[in-house]
Design a protein around this ligand. Structure first.
Ligand code: NAD
Length: 263
């Protein structure tokens, strides 16, 4: 299937590691102009070099703290200067701090709000006017299965990611007439380095090996295994494609069946 993505420009935020990196690789494979941003120069340089080696496409990168409005504006302008346009915006971010309501400070809420929801609003504020002029655009937000089934001890994610879903649905209705689609991907448990490191850390406290800890996690998933970052990336690429032009305002789980509800 020709996805019609060759030559499109895509910006992936928090794109230097994990799911973001896999998404960048998948777009490079499709022949897109790829731009990534995150906070770490070392990670950005390493990921960019890695993608160039694998796909012969050198991603443009710049440093951006998603909690910082000036960084976001600077990133958007630099990518636009580099490629002349941004067709596809993939809003990924770092995971917010875990914790129950009673453990979280107002600062925790403020920081999670800025990174999870406000960064998306800020990037959309910059991208939408340009997409309207071109009458074409794709916006994909990476959220979590917590928007369908809240996860214990993740109060910030459970609360603020649902705000992303509400924002995306409202925005999708507003911009559909310009051929701009807005959708969300909700990953389930996906084996990125971060999850692996978390398993190594937590398994020590629970007196088991990290392999046992990860296998235990997989038992709650009908597919009986964790997701792979490239499986999230495949869904993002499809939603960004010309073939997905009539899909908008949706939230699609890529979770091996983890969410037990109907909607
Ligand atoms: P990861 O930790 O491997 O990667 C996160 C990326 O975000 C990194 O590139 C990091 O540098 C960047 N980042 C963090 N804070 C930032 C900031 N303030 N500004 C700019 N960049 C920042 O995480 P991942 O496993 O790839 O997950 C990506 C997203 O998907 C996260 O929001 C995570 O909560 C969510 N998610 C992950 C899973 C999973 O199982 N891996 C499941 C559901 C949801």
């Amino acid at each position: 299937m020709d996805l019609g993505l060759k030559g499109k420009t895509v910006l992936i935020t928090a794109g230097s590691k994990g799911i973001g990196q896999s998404i960048a690789e998948a777009f490079a494979e499709e022949g897109c102009n790829v731009a990534i941003c995150s906070r770490s120069k070392e990670n950005l340089e390493a990921t960019s070099a890695d993608i160039k080696k694998k796909y012969n496409v050198e991603p443009f990168w710049c440093i951006c703290d998603l909690n910082n409005g000036k960084d976001i504006e600077n990133t958007y302008n630099l990518v636009k200067k580099q490629f002349g346009k941004i067709d596809i915006l993939v809003n990924n971010c770092g995971g917010p701090a875990p914790g129950m309501f009673s453990e979280l400070s107002e600062q925790d809420w403020q920081s999670a709000f800025e990174q999870i929801l406000l960064s998306i609003i800020r990037f959309c504020n910059l991208a939408i006017p340009d997409m309207i002029i071109k009458e074409w655009g794709r916006i994909i937000n990476i959220t979590s299965v917590s928007v369908k089934q809240p996860i214990e001890n993740l109060m910030l994610s459970n609360s603020l990611r649902s705000g992303v879903i509400g924002f995306a649905k409202s925005l999708s209705n507003e911009v559909a007439k310009y051929n701009i689609t807005v959708n969300n991907i909700a990953p389930g448990y996906t084996l990125t380095n971060r999850l692996y490191e978390l398993a190594v850390l937590r398994s020590k406290n629970e007196n088991q090996s990290h392999e046992e800890y990860l296998a235990e996690m997989a038992k709650h998933i009908p597919m009986n295994r964790l997701g792979r970052p490239e499986e999230i990336a495949a869904a993002v690429v499809f939603l960004s494609s010309c073939r997905a032009g009539y899909i908008t305002g949706n939230t699609i789980q890529v979770d091996g069946g983890w969410v037990k509800g109907l909607y």
